[in-house]
Design a protein around this ligand. Structure first.
Ligand SMILES: [Zn+2]
Ligand SMILES: [Zn+2]
Length: 299
């Protein structure tokens, strides 16, 4: 495929920093790829040359392990991940397995749609894990994923509570502009106990903080691939049937479901565009928290 845009995800930082085990090296990062089919291998069906497609994190699954056979391909024992164990989209061209690519709705342009392919999808899977009954929902870390998910949750009539770094009034105002009913620092207790919380920031100390904010039976979903160590905390924070869960990867079914919801909810992404040659600047801005929404590279 000819790459038109590639989103910059926090996972790319973890790959670049060597925080994830056994990457393919050297590696081309990037797993939110939007592009057009430039050529197809023999036997590829369902796509046309020139068609716009999206390539997500899940690049291949074995189809035969117990998880694949059980409909949980996100937990496959022998997967390949775009931009981690196979080359990704920080490039002018990329190679992908057609079975894991999907057509994209035409409503948004190439750069605007890129963050949906991981931030949106992982956000969606985390949101589903938080539960349909979660009407008061906390989002810890208001970056690329939360800014998409807040719009979906508000559209569904849920009350979104956004937690940012303490004193980050710009991020808090951004969250309120996207439908959050409250925004504050991650050490604050929200004005109503939460049914569930999703943690997108890679900060283990947020786990006990979120447990304090959820009510009895509430869920705390960790949406990232990597997190600093979780500090010890009293069992009383977990007691009363609170849950801690993690989300790993995505399934193709998640992608189809989420792209349908995005259209209905009228989600818009807020992006900062960088030329491909400025990829390291984009990563540095993400690391420093200088971004509102998501960074996208344009070759
Ligand atoms: Zn498998
Ligand atoms: Zn990602």
């Amino acid at each position: 495929m000819e790459v038109a845009a590639c989103g910059v995800c926090r996972t790319d930082l973890h790959v670049v920093d060597g925080e994830l085990p056994d990457p393919k090296l050297p590696i081309v990062p990037g797993h939110e790829i939007v592009g057009r089919v430039a050529g197809m291998g023999r036997g590829v069906a369902g796509f046309a040359t020139g068609e716009r497609i999206g390539v997500p994190w899940l690049g291949f699954t074995c189809g035969s392990c117990p998880y694949c056979r059980d409909g949980r391909e996100n937990l496959c024992d022998r997967p390949l991940f775009t931009g981690y164990t196979r080359d990704g989209g920080y490039a002018t061209h990329a190679l992908a397995d057609a079975r894991y690519c999907f057509p994209l709705p035409e409503r948004m342009d190439d750069a605007e749609i890129a963050p949906l392919l991981c931030a949106g999808l992982i956000g969606w899977r985390s949101f589903r894990m938080a539960g349909d009954e979660a009407k008061a929902l906390g989002l810890y870390g208001f970056g690329a994923a939360a800014h998409i998910l807040a719009q979906v949750a508000a559209w569904q009539g849920r009350r979104v509570y956004a937690f940012t770094r303490g004193g980050d009034t710009a991020a808090q105002a951004f969250a309120r502009s996207l439908g959050a009913v409250w925004a504050g620092g991650s050490d604050e207790i929200p004005p109503e106990p939460l049914d569930a919380a999703i943690i997108f920031a890679p900060v283990g100390a947020l786990v006990p903080a979120a447990l304090k904010a959820v009510k009895k039976g509430g869920r705390v979903v960790c949406g990232g691939i990597h997190m600093s160590d979780i500090p010890s905390f009293p069992y009383s924070l977990l007691w009363e049937e609170r849950h801690i869960l993690s989300v790993a990867n995505l399934t193709r079914a998640d992608a189809h479901e989420f792209l349908g919801v995005v259209g209905q909810a009228g989600v818009r992404t807020h992006i900062t565009r960088y030329p491909l040659a400025e990829a390291n600047t984009a990563l540095a801005d993400l690391r420093a928290g200088r971004l509102e929404g998501a960074a996208v590279l344009l070759p």
